[in-house]
Design a protein around this ligand. Structure first.
Ligand SMILES: [Zn+2]
Ligand SMILES: [Zn+2]
Length: 268
C-alpha cells in the first residue's frame, strides 16, 4: 500500500481553497501515514495571467508546526514545496530553499517560454509536437540551472492541455530529450515523481507515462515519490491503489519518501 502522499496543496496555494487541517483530516481518514505539503511557489508568474503563486513561507512553517502538534501520533506531517522553476529564478529559489528547513522540494515546469500551456492561447500557433518539445526543453534548462531539489514534478504535465484531448504521445518521439532529462536527473542524484493527477484528468496513466518511468529505472534511477497533486481533500491519494498496481506492472518494487531532504525507501 502507498501510505504517503508527497504532492499536496492547501490554501497557501492560490489555486486551492482547502485548509491544511481538512487535508490532514482526510489523510488520516484514508489511513495515510505521511502527508507532505508542497504548496506552489511560482515567482514572477507572468502578469497576463493575473495570478500570483507565492506564499508567506514563515506562516507556512508556523502552520505546519502547529499541525504537527495537534496531530502528533496520528500522522506524520512534512513541509515541502513545489517550485515553479525557470532558469532566471534559480538564484532566488536557491536562497529560499537554503533559508528554510524543507523536508522535500519538487522542481516543476509550469510555463513554456513564459506562457502557460493551460490556456488555449498557448496553442494558437504551437502544435502538439512543438509544444511537447518546448516543454521538455524547459525542463532541461531548469535542471541545468538548478540543483537544490529532490524530484522533478509531473515530467509530461503539458500533455494534459493539448487541444482536442489529444493526450497521448510516444516516448520514442521525444526519446533524445527525455533520455537527456533522465540521465541528468540521475547524474545529479534526483528522482522523478509519479503524479496521479494524470488519472484524474482521464489520461489513463499517471505522469509521466509508463515508458518514461521504465526508462528512468533502466538508466539507473532509484528515487520515485508518489503524489496526488490534490488541491481538495477528495483528491488526496487519488487512485493510489491503481498507481500501485500500475507501477508494479512496470517492475517497480519500492517508492521514496523524504524527511529533511533525505530519501527513505518503502515497499510498494
Ligand atoms: Zn505542478
Ligand atoms: Zn502541484
Amino acid at each position: 500500500m502507498i501510505t504517503a502522499d508527497y504532492h499536496v496543496h492547501s490554501d497557501f496555494s492560490s489555486d486551492s481553497q482547502a485548509s491544511m487541517e481538512s487535508m490532514v483530516e482526510q489523510a488520516i481518514a484514508l489511513g495515510l501515514e505521511r502527508i507532505c505539503f508542497t504548496d506552489h511557489m511560482d515567482y514572477e508568474f507572468p502578469k497576463q495571467y493575473h495570478y500570483s503563486f507565492e506564499f508567506d513561507v514563515d506562516a507556512y512553517f508556523e502552520k505546519v508546526a502547529q499541525l504537527k502538534q495537534t496531530y502528533q501520533g496520528k500522522i506524520q506531517i512534512l513541509c515541502g514545496i513545489e517550485c515553479g522553476m525557470r532558469p532566471s529564478l534559480s538564484k532566488r529559489f536557491q536562497k529560499l530553499i537554503a533559508s528554510y528547513p524543507f523536508d522535500f522540494v519538487i522542481c516543476s515546469s509550469h510555463l513554456v517560454n513564459d506562457m502557460d500551456p493551460y490556456y488555449e492561447d498557448f496553442w494558437k500557433e504551437i502544435d502538439k509536437e512543438t509544444g511537447l518539445s518546448l516543454y521538455f526543453d524547459s525542463i532541461l534548462s531548469n535542471i541545468r540551472s538548478f540543483d537544490n531539489f529532490d524530484v522533478y514534478g509531473h515530467l509530461d504535465y503539458i500533455i494534459r492541455y493539448v487541444p482536442n484531448k489529444d493526450t497521448t504521445y510516444k516516448y520514442e518521439d521525444y526519446k533524445e530529450q527525455i533520455d537527456e532529462i533522465l540521465m541528468l536527473l540521475i547524474q545529479k542524484g534526483k528522482g522523478i515523481e509519479i503524479n496521479t493527477a494524470g488519472f484524474k484528468y482521464g489520461l489513463g496513466t499517471a505522469h509521466p507515462c509508463a515508458e518514461v518511468v521504465k526508462r528512468y529505472f533502466e538508466l539507473g534511477g532509484t528515487i520515485l515519490t508518489i503524489g496526488s497533486d490534490g488541491h481538495k481533500p477528495e483528491h488526496l491519494a487519488y487512485d493510489f491503489e491503481r498507481a500501485r498496481t500500475w507501477l508494479q506492472s512496470l517492475g517497480v518494487t519500492r517508492y521514496t519518501v523524504f524527511e529533511q531532504r533525505t530519501p527513505i525507501f518503502l515497499p510498494l
